[in-house]
Write a protein that binds this ligand. Structure first.
Ligand code: SAH
Length: 248
């Protein structure tokens, strides 16, 4: 006899500060049999799991160390099949550049019940924590969320940067540190002024959060001088100056 499968809860952990998980996410975390967590999740949150819960690190570092996505998916399915409730805890919101959908697709294909608890995404939380409004009645009516990571092959970037530049308003780039110089060049080529303000927010809402300001013309050099590192959110657009006494 096989046990009734446990439910897989895909839970957003928020951007970093453990106070930024949702109440529902915290409750699931505190009651799950198994917690499978990513590298960007605060250790304080993992401590909130039941003392007897299994804690499984699924940390994937840039550069490919740690378990593969297929191994993570297989582990989640295996625990649920054994009748355990699984809290799959992912940084930010699980469906924003988090591969959460790939994990749930496998869980669903295995006939395991699942649900999603939304999280506070770094795409929104990092600018907010830095005092940058993503949208503003006078400064930006659109916000475009985009990955700076180029995918498997450099020639086949999935992003149409000219279209992103042309959309106007605010641009929020995740996974954009390594490719920052190229991205800024593409946005200028796409018609954005080289004087357009840019902020790079590292480790938003963690105690060591750091913000670097510049323009499309100089931010890549400044970021290199300051040794800006992953994880960071890049915000491009006039809103960067909205609360800093600048003009549009
Ligand atoms: N699902 C996550 C994003 C995962 S992709 C979310 O919704 O936030 C990983 C990228 O998220 C990083 O490269 C970085 O761009 C961003 N990121 C995650 N946490 C961050 C933080 N605390 N500060 C700045 N950027 C962060």
């Amino acid at each position: 006899m096989t046990a009734q499968p446990g439910t897989v809860h895909l839970v957003g952990a928020g951007p970093g500060d453990p106070g930024l998980i949702t109440v529902r996410g915290q409750r699931i975390l505190e009651s799950a049999d198994v917690v499978v967590y990513d590298r960007l999740v605060s250790p304080e949150l993992i401590e909130a799991a039941r003392p007897d819960a299994m804690r499984v690190s699924a940390g994937k570092a840039p550069g490919g160390r740690g378990p593969t996505q297929a191994q993570i998916n297989a582990q989640i399915v295996e625990h649920a099949r054994a009748g355990r409730s699984v809290c799959r805890l992912k940084g930010g919101d699980p469906f924003v550049f988090g591969r959460g959908a790939e994990e749930i697709a496998e869980v669903a294909a295995a006939g395991i019940p699942w649900d999603v608890v939304p999280g506070v995404t770094s795409a929104v939380a990092a600018p907010a924590a830095a005092g940058i409004p993503l949208t503003h009645r006078d400064w930006a009516s659109t916000a475009t969320l985009v990955t700076g990571h180029e995918g498997e092959s450099k020639d086949a970037s999935p992003v149409d940067w000219a279209a992103v530049a042309g959309a106007g308003g605010t641009i929020v780039i995740l996974m954009g540190v390594a490719t920052l110089a190229g991205t800024c060049g593409q946005l200028i080529d796409g018609g954005r002024p080289s004087s357009e303000p840019v902020a790079v927010i590292e480790r938003a809402t963690w105690p060591d959060e750091r913000i670097t300001f510049g323009t499309l013309a100089d931010i890549a050099e400044t970021a290199e001088q300051r040794a800006v590192r992953h994880p960071a959110v890049v915000v491009v657009g006039p809103v960067v100056r909205a609360l800093r006494g600048g003009s549009k």
